[in-house]
Design a protein around this ligand. Sequence first.
Ligand code: ES4
Ligand code: ZN
Length: 326
Amino acid sequence: NELAAFVQGLPKAELHLHIEGTLEPELKLELARRNGISLPYSTPEEIRAAYSFHDLTSFLVGYYDGMNVMRGEEDFYDLALAYLRKASSQGVRYAEIFFDPQAHTSRGVPFPVVVRGLRRALVDGRRLLGIRAELIMCFLRDFSAEYAMATLMEALPFKDWILGVGLDSDERDNPPVKFAAVFARARAEGFFLTMHCDVDQQDTAENLRQVLEVIGVDRIDHGVNVLESPALVSAVLERGIGFTVCPVSNGFVTDGLKALEVKRMLELGLKPTLNSDDPAYFAGKYVADNFVAVAEAGLSRSELVQLARNSFEIAWLPDSARHTFV
Ligand code: ES4
Ligand code: ZN
């Protein structure tokens, strides 16, 4: 239809996408077969039915469990190339892709296997599809700060392949300051910094304050609760910090898409963007589907255009490259 065609044709950057969250049921079955792992289901439909949850905690349980089929470099390669094909078909020109090395090293998959497989897919994606992409390494906030620091040290030999670092997983009782030393070191090593401030979590305002005042992030993942504090809004405006909002994801793990919050953020001059988060788990809705969802919830065409522009503006691209996409 006409809206879908309009959205597909907008050049977009995707900045909040967990590569492990793009594991579609068909690929999950294929990787299980490849690695001789038996699964309690045998069809994509059965897996889709099992991808069910009611909040962030229950989502994350199935999410980490699903990763068990990823073992070798080829598995990570296939996962990332499949995402790039899908993203490219939806008009994504550039992606900054999260990966969770600790979700793999904690079950015995070596760090270099993960990063080499992903990197090779990004190189081939550019060659085969013309889409550009970079990696952002996320630490799991429910693991210790020591494990995060050890992961950062393991990443240093691969520094040229990793644009920035982030923080994800369960926010409850794992505030940003827990990782202050890790992020200070990451900054000193030249990485860009971002952190999840998930929607409607415990202590959201305090966590937003910490990412701005203590960590000094370059961007905020989710972060729509910033609207609840005029002081936080001013701090963000002053620094030009962007937000990677994920409406369809919000629809699954909170009480709604937060589309009107996105509209309000635009009105205030903040820089929200739209992203798909974990599309394989959220009804297979990729980034263009998120644009369609907020349009259907009342955002105008010009607001969609602004959201797409914001994605290049807050991307961690050199200024020389920033304008080559639009
Ligand atoms: C995530 Cl929705 C969400 N929240 C926190 N961490 C995550 N990792 C992957 N998806
Ligand atoms: Zn996320």
